[in-house]
Design a protein around this ligand. Structure first.
Ligand code: AMP
Length: 278
């Protein structure tokens, strides 16, 4: 992989990189398309990273289908699919991790997923070192992840441009996710309430609401309609530092994580300007 990237770079080509855990859907494919548009060479990685799963999480059951992934990617024509084995990425005696500090790894998903971002930062740093991309493409779906990676790039002087692309959704608004496959039919119907609660928050803010506690309360009311929904968190936080806010301001992230049955789903919206057009 490194030899391929070095050759491309010697030829003056720009390298775009799309890291994924496979079981690809339109969200992933949109990242591949963006990279293809902006870079000479596009590399997609498929690696279910054990380091970012907790001991009670779904690493073992995480959906995998390399044949289908390859078929989907054939249409998008990335230049390389990089799918290392677990042993190649984490050989025996692997002992070095990247731990991003500060507020961005203290809130939201970090609360219920201890060590998750340590696993993410470590694997992304490794993949960047192997692939040496000019630009890396991440989805806004994992908002906190993009902010953690941004901080890692900055703190460790890594020479990669981060491109954050919009959330791709199903027709009814549910954010596309590899984990949606876990949902039963009734759970799938209820799962749309995550998006609906975010929409309500957006609407309330458009019409003048600013108090985070009030907005969260209204979001909760929507989510409570789902019999199978258990809220992990609803947070209204600063879009840069992810510190919880009492009042919505410009660049506010409204993010949530819910269990729908046993499946943990996340979603978010960003309020760029609180006094935007109504
Ligand atoms: P994953 O395979 O879940 O690790 O995701 C790989 C990349 O795809 C991450 O940067 C995700 O944020 C991005 N991604 C996942 N779902 C979506 C989506 N619905 N829309 C846009 N990007 C997504």
């Amino acid at each position: 992989m490194r030899a391929y990237s070095q050759r491309a770079r010697r030829q003056g080509k720009t390298i775009g990189f799309v890291p994924t855990m496979g079981y690809l859907h339109e969200g992933h494919l949109s990242l591949v398309r963006s990279s293809k548009k902006e870079c000479d060479v596009t590399i997609v990685s498929i690696f279910v990273n054990p380091a970012q799963f907790g001991p009670k999480e779904d690493f073992k059951n995480y959906p995998r289908d390399m044949r289908k992934d390859k078929k989907l990617l054939k249409k998008e024509k990335p230049d390389v699919i990089f799918a290392p084995s677990r042993g190649e990425m984490y050989p025996d005696k692997f002992d070095t991790y990247v731990e991003v500090g500060g507020s961005v790894t203290k809130t939201l998903c970090a609360v219920s997923r201890a060590n998750h971002f340590k696993g993410v930062a470590t694997v992304v740093a490794k993949l960047f070192n192997i692939i040496m991309p000019d630009k890396a493409y991440f989805g806004q779906k994992d908002a906190q992840q993009t902010i953690v990676i941004k901080k890692m790039l900055c703190d460790l002087n890594m020479n990669v441009i981060l491109r954050v692309m919009p959330i791709i959704r199903e027709k009814d608004g549910l954010a596309r996710s590899s984990r949606n496959i876990y949902l039963s039919q009734t759970q799938r119907k209820e799962a749309v309430l995550l998006f609906k609660s975010l929409k309500i928050a957006q609407e309330l803010i458009k019409h003048g609401a600013r108090e985070a506690a009030y907005i969260k309360q209204e979001m909760k009311k929507i989510l409570k309609k789902g019999k199978d929904i258990k809220i992990d968190y609803i947070e209204i936080a600063g879009g840069e530092d992810l510190n919880p806010l009492k009042k919505v301001k410009d660049n506010t992230l409204i993010a949530l994580a819910c269990f729908v049955g046993k499946t943990r789903l996340i979603d978010n919206v960003v309020i760029d300007k609180v006094n935007g057009d109504i």
